[in-house]
Design a protein around this ligand. Structure first.
Ligand SMILES: [Zn+2]
Length: 148
């Protein structure tokens, strides 16, 4: 066994994941190689320290705050969902009203119809572009869970 193979197997040895023949090969190398022996002792010491680490239970106030935040987030998301549905329905209604009152009305000049039409198309493209960018940047934001 060579040194570069040992490094990968040491933690497997400490976790008891090696077969007895692999374990014997590894221990044989560790006994004769001072570098791997030192690494093995360091790893044993680290594992020993980690086994003694005791994480305290969260106090009840922290749990209450956690559930309160969760409830507030859920509440806000439901609010955004309903507001979004309402705005969408209003936009659809407004679109059909505009279509009926302006675009199908022969008294309104063609230039005004075209201007409003182009403005509407531009606003729709801007809304779609902004929404898509916001969604994509939110999805790949590594710090979105960070509380500031
Ligand atoms: Zn070695």
């Amino acid at each position: 066994m060579r040194c570069h193979e040992v490094g990968e197997l040491l933690s497997a040895l400490l976790d008891g994941e090696l077969s007895s023949s692999e374990e014997q090969d590894l221990l044989r190398h560790v006994q004769v190689c001072p570098v791997c022996s030192q690494e093995f002792r360091d790893l044993q010491r680290l594992e020993d320290m980690m086994s003694k680490v005791c994480l305290p239970d969260l106090p009840d106030a922290a749990w209450e705050e956690h559930w309160s935040c969760l409830y507030n987030k859920l509440e806000r998301r439901i609010g955004y969902l309903f507001a979004g549905i309402g705005i969408t329905l209003l936009l659809i209604y407004g679109f059909f009203e505009l279509l009926h009152m302006w675009f199908l009305n022969p008294a309104v000049s063609l230039l005004l119809k075209m201007s409003i039409g182009i403005l509407g198309v531009g606003l729709i493209i801007l809304c779609i572009s902004t929404s898509r960018e916001k969604l994509l940047s939110r999805r790949y934001d590594r710090y979105k869970e960070l509380v500031r």
